[in-house]
Design a protein around this ligand. Structure first.
Ligand SMILES: [Zn+2]
Length: 232
């Protein structure tokens, strides 16, 4: 999965820290990057504005794929269903299962693969990282390997040569990502993580908890404005 540096990568860009760092990393290695974001009706749609600003800074093309009609059918997740509250606290808590959006990563990666074929890009990049594995089965290495094989099989003869699925942070922690991102001068203040999608980061939901911990562990100053203190 970590082969050569891609010539052109379609980066799935949520506007968050991980995917932004992935885009900056690829760009720093000399890849041409295009950013692809998804509107699946997430309550933190605000992240799409972050992705647009980051794309502009990278001088990269940016497209937002409208998956709202699909998102409507994926109810029951706190991220898409306004009837389900976003839980506070740590990612490894069982309660965080409620933030899983059914088959989300496969849907986004498959659309991105199609875009890569159409635009002759030789990579699709994704910012998933080790800390996500506990709760999200579609963030695990096994899933990416199988999906890459499936994309190659399903697009044989149409994919750019050497096509790869790039997930540079799959085996590192979010603190490692913050450290790398700091070196790459990622504009942290423009990235959006919070699942609640308020005016500022809530500071207590799963992603906020993880975000502030990662900065603390990496000993990198956290420029994020949080509405509340540490949850626990
Ligand atoms: Zn939050």
């Amino acid at each position: 999965m970590t082969g050569h540096v891609p010539r052109h990568a379609v980066v799935i860009a949520s506007g968050g820290l991980d995917s932004t760092a992935a885009a900056y990393l690829l760009a720093s290695q000399g890849s041409s990057v295009s950013l692809l974001s998804f509107d699946y009706g997430q309550r933190h749609r605000k992240e799409l504005e972050s992705a647009a600003r980051i794309a502009a800074l990278l001088d990269a093309a940016h497209e937002v794929v409208d998956l709202t009609s699909v998102g409507r059918l994926l109810g029951g997740s706190a991220l898409t269903d306004t009837g389900v509250a976003v839980p506070d606290g740590h990612y490894s808590d069982e309660s965080m299962r409620i933030t899983v959006v059914p088959n989300r990563n496969a849907i986004m990666l498959e659309v991105a693969a199609g875009v890569a074929v159409a635009s002759k890009a030789d990579a699709v990049a994704f910012g998933a990282h080790a800390g996500d594995h506990f709760i999200y089965p579609d963030c695990r290495p096994e899933f990416f390997e199988k999906l890459a094989a499936s994309i190659r099989a399903g697009n044989e003869g149409f994919l750019a040569e050497g096509f790869q699925l790039v997930a540079p942070f799959l085996n590192v922690t979010k603190a490692d990502i913050v450290e790398t991102a700091a070196e790459l001068q990622v504009p942290f203040e423009l990235t959006w993580s919070c699942y609640k999608g308020g005016e500022v980061h809530c500071g207590t939901c799963g992603t906020c908890t993880e975000r502030r911990e990662a900065f603390a562990l990496a000993e990198v100053p956290d420029p994020t404005a949080y509405a509340a203190g540490v949850a626990r």
